[in-house]
Design a protein around this ligand. Structure first.
Ligand code: ATP
Length: 301
């Protein structure tokens, strides 16, 4: 069920409760709670196929949930940059022209939008000549033309090298500040993206855990993994995986709770009640740690 609600300033832009998406006789995601407030940067992380794109698409209304409830602010404008884009980069197409494919805008508006993302000088360049980072910036500029209240970026650093990744995340954070939009980011990059993220949600068919990156970045375990230099600029998220994913999408908890109740909230996470794990202020998550194992694989620092 999907609702649209009129919004007071503090209300969430998106509020998903117990959302499930069922396709091809299985739950792609199940029991997902996700809230996005105005101006917030929320990052969805998780392994391939863990349901990040499915969750984001359901959040913005591209997919209809088969269970649960999604409420969206009635006046919400979404700028969505998908993971795969239908722009054929081999066709002759200038950057400025690409900007007009999804919106009727003046040359001046295009120039201003490209300027905001630092590629005003590339307006006449061919899309197929752009570097990975420049292309992502052009896509960002295009999405911003709608003046979105929520910018959704599915893997925005594809084809971008490590220093380009950092610059792009910085740009996303600057855009949030200058344009006042919330951002929903999807990323594999556990370590880089989180320095610019307010809240991280780890997905694996359901919400495994969530928390603030700063609490995690302060963790001694993180410094041990990535070193002090990395800790200053980057952050990683650790969590205790204390449950088993059953084939039917249900979650079995080691503490005998065989159904889950993954409520989003600001308070501490109580695993005894089957809620997603939340790192404490010192970033201690304890237990076995598959997320930080993955983050080690992604560490280019
Ligand atoms: N329409 C569909 N019908 C059946 N299965 C689907 C459909 N869409 C996605 N899936 C499957 O659902 C799972 C979750 O897909 P999704 O794209 O949401 O994952 P993801 O976490 O974004 O993955 P990645 O990091 O690889 O992009 C995958 O196993 C995918 O193959």
């Amino acid at each position: 069920m999907t609702d649209s609600v009129s919004r007071r300033p503090a209300d969430p832009l998106i509020d998903m409760r117990g959302v499930g998406v069922f396709r091809s006789r299985r739950w792609l995601v199940r029991g997902v709670d996700l809230g996005i407030r105005p101006g917030e940067i929320v990052t969805l992380i998780g392994p391939n196929g863990s349901g990040k794109t499915t969750t984001a698409k359901t959040a913005v209304g591209i997919l209809k949930p088969d269970a649960g409830h999604v409420a969206r602010a009635r006046d919400l404008v979404v700028g969505y940059v998908p993971q795969k884009l239908s722009v054929d980069r081999s066709l002759p197409l200038s950057v400025a022209r690409m900007m007009t494919l999804t919106a009727r805008v003046t040359a001046r508006t295009i120039e201003a939008a490209l300027d905001k993302v630092g590629i005003a000088h590339l307006a006449k360049a061919q899309v197929h000549d752009l570097s990975g980072g420049e292309f992502q910036r052009a896509l960002l500029a295009r999405a911003m033309l709608r003046r979105p209240g929520l910018l959704v970026l599915d893997e925005p650093v594809q084809g971008v090298d490590f220093s380009g990744e950092i610059a792009l995340y910085e740009l996303i954070s600057e855009l949030r500040d200058s344009e006042g939009c919330a951002v929903l980011l999807i990323s594999h990059d556990l370590h880089v993206v989180m320095a610019k993220t307010d809240r991280v949600i780890c997905l694996n068919g359901h919400v495994c855990c969530e928390g603030s990156p700063s609490s995690v970045a302060a963790s001694p375990a993180y410094r041990q993994l990535f070193g002090n230099r990395a800790a200053e600029a980057l952050a990683v998220y650790r969590h205790r995986h204390d449950h088993t994913h059953l084939p039917d999408g249900e979650i079995s908890y080691s503490d005998h709770h065989d159904h889950h109740d993954h409520r989003l909230g600001d308070g501490p996470c109580d695993h005894a009640h089957g809620r997603p794990h939340q790192a404490d202020e010192a970033g201690r998550a304890g237990g076995d740690d598959e997320t930080s194992d993955r983050s080690m694989e992604h560490n280019h620092a």
